[in-house]
Design a protein around this ligand. Structure first.
Ligand code: FAD
Length: 397
């Protein structure tokens, strides 16, 4: 089939979900173009302001496996077999995630993103376009306009568009102008900042590397996930009012001495102060919307469709799972990868796939948003309660 006759997909966003979606579409033999607003992270380091490491769970791993891009990621992740609770008096208690050694895994966001971009680009039918920021869509005529680095615009045409452009998705904004989308956005009163625990002077982990560390303090908390270089990425979550109250180095050190005393020797006061005042304080929002598609023209996935607060560690995992569910719908309505109908699908078949994807995926994604919201209370408070420990015991922990 000539390149120009191939069914074509424009994917907006080359983040974790967009780059994985590109691999799934490439496997179908479609012509895939990925448009990413930022520069190529493989060429220059990108200070994205987003979390450095993430917890990858079974949901995400299954999606990586199905696309055949799991190997490098699985061999570069650190299994965390449970939570390690740091109480005020420095006492540690381990809470395993399961009785059969179940784990979640700490993975470097940038390593994963670069690997997924490489994996997508390895297909001859995939082209990546960096410095292309989606500006406007004309869904009925299957056109999208992007602004390039030099300020010029380019309009492209594709049979279908997949919006994987994150929480502030322009694809979603454009979709909402076109179609009757129910939408809600909820900011929570808490923010986050990233800190760090470096390796010890001996080049070792300062704390146990196979746990997700939590300092639960009832109305707020701090967590730490291990990195392969023997450091930990630490994230402090607390209400904006608490961040606002810390104005000076002294305020910060007093707060840490009162609240997270055992973490200070690990971080070192100088590094703590430097990171706290240098790093951005991020807001946290949940987005729900429905449906996720318009006719056979466009569908949104990942945070663009269902951004959730990070306390269940499932935002990326869910976005990756979107790729499996969407692919299953394409298989159901267009045939499997070898089917001629899949290679050159008809509009009604694509519309049916997107419709069923929206219908099926929305309740599951919204349930994950709710669980994520609930899990903040679990992590910052419930894990310290005696009833909670008792319940875990009864369940066989
Ligand atoms: P993004 O990662 O936001 O990628 C979107 C991409 O689209 C970006 O590259 C962006 O530059 C690009 N883009 C945006 N607008 C445009 C445009 N107009 N044109 C072209 N490109 C555009 N999830 C987990 O599963 N586990 C965790 O442990 C976890 N921890 C987290 C911790 C924190 C502190 C936070 C804030 C989030 C965490 N998450 C976690 C959630 C996770 O980060 C997101 O769910 C995930 O990044 C979503 O991926 P995405 O590809 O949909 O969106």
């Amino acid at each position: 089939m000539a390149e120009s006759d191939k069914f074509s997909v424009a994917i907006v966003g080359g983040g974790l979900v967009g780059s994985l979606a590109a691999v799934y579409c490439a496997k179908r033999g479609w012509k895939v173009d990925v448009y990413e607003a930022r520069r190529d992270p493989r060429l220059e380091s990108v200070d994205s302001g987003r979390s450095i490491n993430l917890a990858l769970s079974v949901r995400g791993i299954s999606a990586l496996k199905k696309a055949g891009v799991d190997e490098k990621i699985l061999s570069n992740m650190i299994p965390m077999k449970g939570r390690l609770i740091h109480s005020m008096d420095g006492k540690l208690s381990s809470q395993p995630y399961g009785i059969f050694g179940e784990c979640i895994n700490s993975v470097d966001r940038m390593m994963m993103n670069k690997h997924l971009l490489d994996s997508a680009e390895a297909y001859p039918n995939v082209k990546l376009h960096f410095h292309h920021e989606l500006n406007q869509c004309d869904f009925d005529n299957q056109k999208a306009t992007f602004t390039k680095k030099d300020g010029s615009s380019v309009t492209v045409k594709a049979d279908i568009m997949i919006g994987a452009d994150g929480v502030y998705s322009r694809t979603r904004q454009q979709l909402m102008r076109k179609s009757r989308i129910n939408f809600s956005q909820q900011y929570i009163d808490h923010a986050w900042v990233e800190l760090a625990i470096p390796p010890t002077a001996e080049g070792e982990y300062a704390m146990d590397a196979h746990h997700l560390h939590i300092w639960p303090r009832q109305t707020f908390m701090m967590i730490a996930l291990p990195n392969l270089d023997k450091s930990f990425t630490v994230t402090l979550f607390m209400p904006w009012s608490k961040f606002d109250a810390i104005k000076t180095e002294q305020d910060l050190l007093t707060f840490f001495r009162d609240t997270f005393p055992d973490s200070i020797p690990f971080m070192g006061e100088q590094l703590l102060v430097a990171n706290y005042f240098k790093n951005i304080k991020g807001s946290l929002a949940q987005i729900k919307c429905r449906p996720y598609h318009y006719q056979d023209k466009v569908v949104i996935i990942g945070d663009a469709a269902h951004a959730m607060v990070p306390f269940y560690g499932q935002g990326m995992n869910c976005g990756m799972e979107d790729c499996i569910v969407l692919d299953d719908m394409f298989t159901k309505h267009l045939g499997d990868l070898s089917s001629p109908a899949s290679l050159g699908p008809s509009g009604p078949a694509v519309a049916a796939a997107l419709e069923e994807y929206s219908e099926n995926r929305n309740p599951d994604a919204e349930a994950m948003c709710d669980l994520a919201m609930y899990n903040y209370v679990e992590m910052r408070s419930s894990v310290t309660k005696p009833e909670y420990l008792f319940r875990k015991k009864v369940e066989g922990w």
